[in-house]
Ligand binder design. Structure first.
Ligand SMILES: Nc1nc2c(ncn2[C@@H]2O[C@H](COP(=O)(O)OP(=O)(O)O)[C@@H](O)[C@H]2O)c(=O)[nH]1
Ligand SMILES: [Mg+2]
Length: 671
């Protein structure tokens, strides 16, 4: 079992729901470390976090901010992640390198579901985490009541480490439940040590006992002491806390106010004393322990003239400027502080560094000196939930699009792009409307590309109602070489999903075999656009008869004849419009199940069942249903709007379904 060294560099992930105060906390921690000479949040333009064009335009974090600083002789890197659900991939990537996470919450029990996703992620990675309840300054707030609500979304026990001191309408300080020292908060200054107010002693005792009971669940010696009414020593409790946190058995809870600088010193000290280091983190991830160089890239940025910067953590080994990483030589190593980069000469295990211009590195890669390394624990990339068709505003820019797209895709693995052969459109897909909006803004800001987006077209299909036959002679005789080909086709409907089949009943060489592939090609071409203007599927075509001419027949002539014959047969066979239907499973916290059911039914969905689903957590439900693809374009937006951002879904194509009536008419009118 590897042991943490007190001096080696630590990485803390700062995560949590939108607007809980993560970026303000980042600045408060940097200011606590002496790396920022002003109060957090002061001077919006100078913010360490949120300095990119997109972040400033939206007034919120739109990507992860990385800032390194020294705190009491120890190097710390803080990874401040955006809280927007669409951008959860940043949190996932940062979690893949962090030693410890701080989940920042608002003191609002109503918003507890939004916390669930963070606890779930950290639990699944076994990453030790602390809950910091921010904006905690009003007297009506009860830490106990909040904890009860938050406990419902955490699988690990939440243990309160402090108790608020109340006076008048405010919370004026806190008591550390282990050391029993009381602090009075002061605006913009370190808290002052005070005597524990007498009227708080009973509450303090009660809270302290609860903390001990929580810890005793994991320690028999402590349990015995409590049963015998022996008060454990502070050292014993601290040792318990450190062990339980690094084993991810409990979630310590602190509170305070990032913007007023309250409770920050306490939080930073807990991080310092209780965070494991990179050797423990690497072991938890099953990474090689032979001391060879391993760098996990968790962010990719474009830093103006410096170009591409891969931000990575050295998970093991060390490197100096000029050493190869991932089979390339980085154009310089740097330390990051928001947008600011400072060149460094070497980096060791634990450090977070910027690596200049690594052509082949992408976010999520684990790099050894010579190339990518397979790892047991990969950063999971979620399936797309939202898609748009994109096109450059100007036709001349079209050639620049693939390259520019490729750059932003390398930054963010939860973003995808593909060509849809069924609709002929370029699709950009990701985790939600805002995710794609930001991606398009990035294309504009970085590559100067103006890109238009429209809802992705639905891959409608058509098929035939009944069998039909047709006979066509294609003939041209105009001096020289003529064209001659004659075919008779029989087309028959096939069952849904059976696709296209082609055969022949040619006897006696009425059509020489060498022309039959050309006939099939002609048939296939004609099926690209049926009578309703969309591709035809599920049809069996048989070449029943034909004629040829020994001089004038050619592949071309037969192909033309077959195409014409197919179009005529389709026109006779009647047509049905088909739309793609997806099998969908939607997962939401149980209280929202009725609201989500309404969304499904409002979009021509068909519900097959409710369950707590294999993958669902306690307190979550799953709806299994089928929905037409056309109805799902804003599904994720609607689910999130009704579930405080918590709900999500998975979907895959299931079948083509017949359309009729006004829905079919609407599709045709559109086409
Ligand atoms: N009252 C109060 N407001 C805060 C505190 N911390 C942050 N805020 C405010 O909450 C808003 C969101 O903060 P920000 O740090 O950008 O949140 P993030 O989305 O979690 O990064 C800003 O208006 C902050 O000024 C706090 O401790 N108390
Ligand atoms: Mg932020």
């Amino acid at each position: 079992m590897p042991v943490s060294s007190p001096s080696s560099p630590r990485v803390a992930l700062i995560c949590g729901p939108y607007s809980s105060g993560k970026s303000t906390l980042l600045e408060a921690l940097l200011s606590e470390a002496g790396a920022l000479q002003r109060r957090p949040g002061e001077g919006a333009v100078l913010r360490v976090a949120d300095a990119t064009a997109e972040a400033r335009a939206h007034g919120m974090s739109t990507e992860m901010t990385v800032a390194s600083a020294e705190y009491m002789g120890q190097a710390w890197s803080f990874l401040d992640c955006p809280g927007l659900v669409d951008l959860m991939q940043d949190t996932r990537a940062a979690a893949s390198v962090a030693d410890i996470a701080v989940v920042v919450a608002e003191p609002d029990a109503q918003k507890s579901v939004a916390l669930g996703a963070y606890f779930e992620l950290l639990e699944s990675l076994d990453l030790p985490h602390i809950l910091f309840i921010n904006k905690f300054d009003k007297n009506e707030l009860s830490a106990r009541a909040l904890l009860q609500a938050f406990q419902e979304v955490s699988a690990r026990p939440l243990v309160l480490r402090e108790m608020p001191i109340r006076a008048g309408g405010e919370i004026t300080g806190h008591v550390d439940l282990v050391s029993e020292r009381a602090f009075h908060w002061q605006e913009g200054k370190p808290s002052s040590l005070i005597a524990l107010p007498e009227d708080q002693a009973a509450r303090e005792n009660e809270a302290r006992e609860l903390l001990f009971e929580n810890l005793a669940d994991f320690d028999d010696a402590l349990l015995e002491k409590l049963l015998e009414d022996v008060t454990p020593s502070s050292d014993e409790i601290y040792a318990n806390l450190t062990r339980d946190l690094s084993a991810n058995l409990v979630v310590p809870v602190f509170f305070g106010s990032a913007s007023h600088g309250n409770g920050i010193h306490r939080l930073m000290k807990a991080l310092r004393h209780e965070s494991p280091d990179v050797t423990v983190t690497a072991a938890r991830q099953g990474l090689g322990q032979d001391g060879g160089l391993l760098v996990r890239v968790f962010k990719t940025a474009q830093a103006g003239h410096a170009g591409k910067v891969s931000v990575g953590r050295v998970m093991s080994g060390e490197l100096a400027e000029g050493d190869p990483v991932g089979g390339e030589r980085p154009a310089g190593l740097s330390r990051l502080f928001g947008q600011k980069m400072t060149a460094i000469e070497r980096a060791a295990a634990g450090d977070v560094i910027g690596l200049g211009k690594l052509e082949n590195a992408a976010t999520g890669d684990l790099l050894g000196p010579e190339g990518k390394v397979e790892s047991l624990v990969d950063v999971e990339v979620p399936a797309p939930l939202f898609a748009l068709a994109i096109r450059t505003e100007s036709h001349n820019d079209e050639v620049k699009l693939p390259d520019a797209l490729q750059k932003i895709l390398a930054e963010d693995p939860s973003l995808g792009s593909r060509f849809d052969p069924y609709t002929g459109e370029h699709i950009l897909e990701g985790q939600g409307e805002m995710h794609l909006k930001l991606a398009l803004e990035r294309l504009g800001n970085r590559a100067g590309l103006a890109v238009k987006s429209t809802p992705a077209r639905i891959a409608y299909r058509e098929t035939i109602r009944k069998p039909a036959t047709s006979r066509v002679r294609h003939k041209k005789q105009s001096g020289g070489h003529g064209e001659f080909g004659e075919v008779e086709l029989k087309i028959t409907p096939r069952a849904r999903g059976e696709g296209f089949s082609f055969g022949d009943q040619i006897k006696g060489g009425v059509v020489p075999r060498q022309y039959i592939p050309a006939i099939e090609a002609g048939v296939r071409e004609a099926m690209q656009k049926g009578v309703q203007g969309v591709p035809v599927v599920d049809v069996d075509v048989v070449l029943t008869d034909g004629k040829f001419h020994s001089v004038d027949s050619s592949e071309m002539a037969f192909r033309k004849a077959a195409g014409q014959a197919m179009r005529e047969a389709l026109a006779k066979a009647g047509s049905i419009l088909l739309e793609p239907v997806h099998a969908v499973s939607i997962r939401v916290p149980s209280p929202f199940i009725a609201a989500v059911q309404k969304i499904v039914l409002g979009h021509r969905g068909q519900i097959f069942g409710f369950g707590d689903g294999e993958k669902a957590r306690a307190g979550w439900d799953e709806i299994t249903c089928q929905m037409p693809a056309a109805e799902m374009q804003t599904l994720i937006t609607e689910i999130r709007a009704r579930t405080l951002g918590a709900g999500t879904f998975e979907a895959h194509f299931d079948h083509l379904q017949e359309m009729a009536g006004k829905e079919a008419a609407a599709v045709l009118a559109d086409a």
